[in-house]
Structure formats: structure tokens, C-alpha cells
Design a protein around this ligand. Structure first.
Ligand code: TK8
Length: 354
């Protein structure tokens, strides 16, 4: 099935390239209609955003994409159509970001962790135990200058960061033992996202981490290639990880933001009015995505228990010990991330925590 979808997409991409001379077609036309007004409906000329994510269609992130689609299609009077693809149908996070750079895909929504492979400063969000809670994360990500400055580094990489959405606080699951303390991480084979700071942090905790694309994770856990992984509760439940994992711990070790990314090529081919609409739609859909995500995270913790997982609530004291250990790896990343970026994000968090 996946093969068929992929080859169908390939064929349609190739034919679009041939027809549209360069993939997107309709380059640099002057904005139609009155200033401040969306381009008029012209079904023949609708430009398409292919939006792909790694999570499945039950996840709040996919619902967010549907909301984005609804707003953009309505407000551009159909001049932009959004096609949504879930479950890695268009590839994993890295592949999709590369496709955005090439202009062969228009939209994706990765965690900031894999974005750090393109813009290293994004790894500031990978510092374990950085954000104290969701309210502070919202203020920093949506209102601080530094969060916007990080998005502003994306165009140089061929991508536009429309805004931040939420993946959320990550929890550990595994098949070996109930993890309550830092010592319990010992020798656990943990899949991490493809990110150096995550790898180093889990190594420091005594685990045996291995980076892997999300699309390969379920099978890896099923076959025992890894003992466990870490993701927010909603993802764990909705991706059915409870079927292949016994233990879950509310480590809440990292708050992962998502960034809603658009290819710079598509952005540049859009009128200022369309750009405005996409920005606004990203924000509005993001509000919905956050709301649904928080509902899901609290609702599914019990569902994981009901499904037979042992859920270990990690105490603040044990979390503090984990933080003290992971803090020891930060210095080796400070130059890569930029000490200035780290200081600014910490200051924004302090300000938002007041
Ligand atoms: C899905 C990923 C996922 C992330 C991960 O493509 O890789 O663990 O948390 O949500 O973006």
C-alpha cells in the first residue's frame, strides 16, 4: 500500500514538474484582486500544499492540519488547496524537510529536535527540563523575540516556520522495568529522535540510546531492537505503543515544540495576501491543536493504564536528580547552539514564569 502511494506520488510529482515547469507552477504572478483581498477562485489554477506528518490521523497534529486546510481553502477562495498525508506516507521528518528544501513537498510539521540538523540553534529546545509547564512554553514560543528569531533562521534553509505548534512533554516507555529514578535508566536501549543532544542526555543517564526515524520505531519495539522510546502520552496511546510496551514513566523530561514548516518556494510564489492567510491559519489551527493535544495527554494516561501498562509517576525529587545528570552534557553543546541563544531562551522562560 505504502509503495503504491509512494509511486503514485512520484508519478504525480514528475508530471507536475513537467507541466508546471519547476514543480509549483504559477510563479511570480502579480496578486489578483484588490489589495488585501484573496485571489479569486480559479479551480484550474489552484496551487497545492502537500502537507505530510509522521503521526497518524488520530493525532491532534493531524486535526490541526485539517483546521489549517479548512481556513486556507476558504479564505483563499480555493486558490490554495491543502492535501494532508499522515503516518509518514510522504516519508520521515528528515526526508520531508529535505523535500521542502527542494520544493517537491510544501508542508510538514516536525519536532524542533530534527530541525536542529538544519538549524543548530533549534537544539536550545532540546535542553532537558527546560520548560516548567505548558503555560510558560506558550508564552515563550508564541510571544518571545528569541522564539521568532529562531524561526527567522529557517528561510536560509529553504523553509518558512509559520509558527510553533505543540508536541509536548515527553515520557519514557520501555519493556524492561518500571523507571522511577535516574538509576533505572541503566542499559535501557532507548530510541531517540535524530538529535545529538537527546543522544548525549540519555547516555549521561546510563541508557544505551540509538537514533531512529519515527516511522521505524513501532517495529523496532515489537522486534526488541530497542527496549523503549520517549514521546508525549497522546502519541504513545494513539500510535498504539501500549501494544508493544509494558512500562511508562511520567518523566516529562523534554517539552518538544512542533514547527509548522512551509517550503520557501511555495511561500515565495504566494501573494502577500495568501502569505498573510497562511500565517493566520497556522496560528489559529495551532490553538486548536494545542487544546486537543492537552485534552489527549490527560485523557490517555488512564487509557494506557486500562490497556495494562504500569504507569510510574516520577516524583519532583527524582526528576531533579535526572536534571542534575543531564545538565552535565550541556556545556559541550553550548557553542553549537550559541550561548547567546541559550541565555535569551532562559531569560524568556524566567520572564514568562513570573
Ligand atoms: C513524528 C515525530 C514524532 C516525534 C518523534 O514524525 O520522532 O519521536 O516526537 O512526533 O515528529
Amino acid at each position: 500500500m505504502k509503495k503504491i502511494v509512494t509511486s503514485f506520488l512520484l508519478i504525480s510529482m514528475i508530471s507536475m514538474t513537467l507541466i508546471g515547469c519547476g514543480g509549483g507552477g504559477q510563479t511570480a504572478e502579480p496578486p489578483a484582486g484588490q489589495p488585501g483581498e484573496a485571489a479569486p477562485a480559479d479551480p484550474g489554477k489552484s496551487r497545492i500544499i502537500r502537507a505530510g506528518i509522521g503521526l497518524n490521523d488520530q493525532h491532534p497534529q493531524y486535526k490541526g492540519l485539517l483546521k489549517f486546510k479548512e481556513i486556507v481553502e476558504k479564505e483563499t477562495n480555493g486558490a490554495i488547496t491543502v492535501e494532508t498525508y499522515h503516518s509518514g506516507q510522504l516519508g520521515d521528518d528528515r526526508t520531508m524537510m529535505e523535500a521542502l528544501q527542494l520544493g517537491t513537498q510544501e508542508m510538514t510539521c516536525p519536532s524542533t529536535a530534527p530541525i536542529a540538523n538544519f538549524v543548530p540553534e533549534f537544539s536550545v529546545y532540546d535542553i532537558p527540563f527546560l520548560f516548567p509547564n505548558e503555560e510558560v512554553a506558550d508564552k515563550v514560543l508564541l510571544e518571545s523575540e528569541i522564539a521568532q528569531q529562531l524561526l527567522d533562521k529557517l528561510p536560509a534553509q529553504g523553509m518558512i516556520g509559520l509558527t510553533y505548534w505543540e508536541n509536548g512533554f515527553r515520557n519514557l516507555t520501555n519493556n524492561k522495568r518500571a523507571v522511577a529514578t535516574a538509576a533505572d535508566f541503566k542499559d535501557l536501549k532507548i530510541r531517540t529522535m535524530e538529535n545529538q543532544l537527546h543522544l548525549a542526555a540519555f547516555k549521561a543517564l546510563g541508557a544505551n540510546p540509538t537514533p531512529m526515524a519515527f516511522s521505524e520505531l513501532f517495529t523496532a519495539m515489537q522486534q526488541g531492537t530497542v527496549d523503549g522510546q520517549e514521546n508525549p502520552t497522546a502519541t504513545i496511546y494513539l500510535q498504539k505503543f501500549q501494544e508493544v510496551q509494558k512500562h511508562m514513566s511520567t518523566t516529562q523530561h523534554i517539552y518538544s515544540p512542533f514547527v509548522l514548516l512551509l517550503s520557501k518556494k511555495f511561500w515565495d510564489e504566494s501573494t502577500p495576501e495568501q502569505q498573510e492567510i497562511m500565517k493566520r491559519a497556522a496560528l489559529e489551527a495551532g490553538e486548536e491543536e494545542r487544546r486537543l493535544n492537552r485534552e489527549a495527554n490527560s485523557k490517555y494516561l488512564d487509557e494506557l493504564r486500562n490497556a495494562g501498562m504500569t504507569v510510574t509517576e516520577v516524583t519532583e525529587e527524582n526528576r531533579a536528580e535526572m536534571k542534575a545528570i543531564t545538565d552535565t552534557v550541556l556545556d559541550q553543546f553550548a557553542d553549537k547552539i550559541g550561548r547567546d541563544t541559550i541565555d535569551k531562551v532562559r531569560a524568556a522562560i524566567d520572564e514568562a514564569s513570573k
